[in-house]
Design a protein around this ligand. Structure first.
Ligand code: M6R
Length: 617
């Protein structure tokens, strides 16, 4: 959460900082700010609201020829999203407690915030904001003698928590200092100057050469050089890498929103996830798992761990593993697992950490708990080289391409197809006979991208349905078996981008409570594909709702006249094998939420209170 970008070099810094912030805004967008050296004077401009607002203010207040600065877009953790709490933060400036003028931007959170706060107050510092970040400024400025990197090293030893920091210090107008622990930071290198950012997306327009920083790295960049050291002051030589993607992948193109673009990319990215993995002879090849076959063969029990949409993918994968690979499987919410005092699992349990961003703090914490017990963890990650990919060190990338909209869409369907392949792979490497309908199932898998395209081509029907339902304040989403988590996912989409109360439930559980909610003003969306093993039970649930005068929208299989006659609206999907229905059924639910959000006048890409990567507890 939050975005950092800094630039120092020969070229104007402001356009680079503002364009970088715009690229990072999906990570947090409640306030923004920047600090620059204007004629060697350190000046800070910040305000509540979007980067566009900050851009207008800086155009009025700053000279255009400034060549060094740092900038930040915030997702509030400590203190309201107002101007005072926005970054950059500065010290108390009384010349005593703070020994140097500093401007600092921070991603992450400090765990020992209260202790540090009373410490700095006791030592005579004056705090302006309610943030944990401001404490870092006071701590660094207090220990400063004549070496900025030494001051960072000394001060940060007192800090528990996560940080990615970019810092300007008075008297060093040609340098940006940085430090990293648990929050991503990368350097961007170019002939006309160097960058620092929490995501290379911020500087990709200017350069494709970058250095990924590791936890415990700190140092500086100037316009023509950089230095990285560790907490013992030893020099660190991180590899200079070439960014493998172009900026177009992070542009909206002809689409109104990233969410719409990403929903429509699903056929193409599903193809990417299958390419080279599902072979013509029906075998599955997964390079990321091949060298771990021996370990995987021993694992009788599998646990999926994730948050939000990724957890929903894990819930479906439990059924893939149980029913297709004949393995014992379960799922755990990352935030709950991270807090469990003594999680106990059967021997020979493997964990599958599912994450689009590869940065989710809850999942990282859960993984650390598991790793302490030496348990085997595999990553199912979208972002290549991310924290979770590196921490697990083994696993399978989902290849969904960059996902920018806060609401996860194409990552979900690619997680599902990848985990489906893994289930088939585990069956294969354990030498089990092919499942009875193996050829038919794989033929359906191959057809998936085409069938998703068919669903997307029916968008107008979904827009019509969205128009009929946009005014309802509450929804119940129901499904059974593999489609129960799809109900959770559809409801999650509607909540997060349209701010509509939507409750996802297992259809069988409905009669144990939620049915009390049903009346003419509380519609139910039922996922009821004909090939669902639970079809007859779902139709019974539909009758139960009808008898209470509840309105019903069904996601049903083309040609299912039976269902058509007993619901108010139908969203049709093509016929496909039961185990693959989630991938088809979720697409109209994504579109339904997207269009309801638009009809309610909301920006689906930037839902309130949320950010794309949840890097805080
Ligand atoms: O990046 P991750 O997959 O680890 O993120 C997990 C959740 O934060 C994420 O899926 C969130 O629920 C999305 N906003 C859902 O659309």
């Amino acid at each position: 959460m939050c975005g950092i970008v800094g630039y120092v070099g020969k070229e104007p810094a402001l356009p680079r900082l503002i364009s970088g912030l715009k690229k990072l805004e999906y990570r947090g967008y409640d306030s923004a700010g920047l600090a620059v050296f204007d004629d060697k004077e350190l000046c800070v401009i910040k305000q509540a609201g979007s980067v566009n607002g900050l851009e207008t203010t800086t155009q009025k207040l700053c000279r255009p020829n400034i060549t060094a600065g740092i900038a930040h877009t915030r997702w509030a953790t400590h203190g309201e999203p107002n101007e005072t709490n926005a970054h950059p933060h500065r010290g108390c400036g009384n010349g005593q407690a703070c020994k140097i003028q500093i401007a600092l931007v921070h991603n992450g959170t400090l765990d020992n915030f209260e202790t540090l706060k009373s410490l700095v107050l006791k030592r005579g510092h004056v705090l302006r904001s309610e943030t944990d970040t401001e404490l870092l400024v006071h701590l660094i400025a207090e220990v400063y003698k004549d070496d900025p990197v030494l001051a960072l090293r000394t001060a940060l030893q007192q800090v528990q928590g996560t940080f990615g920091l970019a810092v300007l210090m008075a008297g060093f107008s040609d340098r940006i200092f940085f430090a990293r622990n648990g929050a991503p930071l990368a350097l961007g290198l170019s002939l006309k100057g160097n960058f620092i950012a929490s995501d290379p997306l911020a500087f990709r327009f200017y350069t494709d050469r970058m250095v990924n920083l590791e936890d415990g790295n700190l140092g500086w960049i100037s316009g023509s050089d950089y230095q990285v050291v560790n907490m013992n002051a030893d020099k660190v030589e991180n590899e200079v890498e070439t960014i493998p993607w172009s900026l177009e992948t992070a542009e909206k193109g002809e689409h109104d929103h990233f969410m719409s673009k990403e929903i429509k990319e699903q056929p193409q990215v599903l193809t990417q996830a299958l390419r080279g993995r599902l072979l013509d002879d029906g075998t599955v090849k997964l390079g990321g798992l091949d060298s771990h076959q021996e370990l995987l063969r021993m694992m009788q029990n599998h646990v999926f761990v994730g948050a939000g949409t990724s957890l929903n993918a894990g819930m479906i994968s439990k059924i893939f593993f149980q029913e297709l690979a004949e393995l014992s499987a379960d799922w755990e919410s990352a935030s709950e697992l991270a807090n469990q005092k003594r999680p106990i699992f059967p021997v020979q349990t493997a964990f599958w950490a599912i994450s689009q961003s590869g940065e989710t703090k809850d999942l990282l914490d859960a993984l650390k708990t598991l790793k302490q017990q030496d348990l085997p963890c595999f990553g199912i990650v979208n972002k290549v080289g991310s924290e979770i990919a590196r921490l697990t060190g083994k696993g399978v990338y989902i290849h969904a391409g960059m996902e920018i909209a806060v609401a996860s869409t194409k990552a979900f369907t690619n997680q599902l197809v990848t985990l489906f392949l893994i289930a088939m792979y585990l069956r294969q490497i354990r030498g089990l006979p092919k499942i009875n309908w193996h050829d038919r199932l794989l033929a359906d898998l191959r057809k998936l991208p085409l069938l998703v395209t068919e669903v997307l081509n029916r968008e107008n029907e979904i827009i019509d349905a969205a128009k009929r339902y946009a005014g309802y304040p509450n929804f119940l989403y129901l499904g059974r078996g593999v489609n129960y988590p799809v109900a959770l996912e559809g409801a999650l989409k509607l909540k997060e981008i349209a701010y509509v109360n939507a409750i996802g439930y297992s259809a069988g559980e409905m009669k144990h409570g939620p049915i009390a909610l049903i009346d003419g003003g509380f519609p139910t969306l039922v996922i009821a594909p004909k090939q669902d093993d639970y079809y007859s039970q779902i139709t019974t649930n539909i009758q139960q709702i009808r008898s209470r005068r509840g309105r019903i929208i069904a996601v049903a299989t083309d040609g299912d006249d039976e269902i058509k006659n007993c619901v108010d609206d139908v969203i049709w999907i093509p016929q496909i094998d039961y185990y693959l229905t989630p991938i088809l059924a979720v697409v109209p639910l994504q579109l339904f939420a997207y269009h309801i959000a638009r009809l309610r006048g909301l920006n689906p890409d930037k839902p309130r209170n949320l950010a794309k990567s949840v890097t805080v507890k």
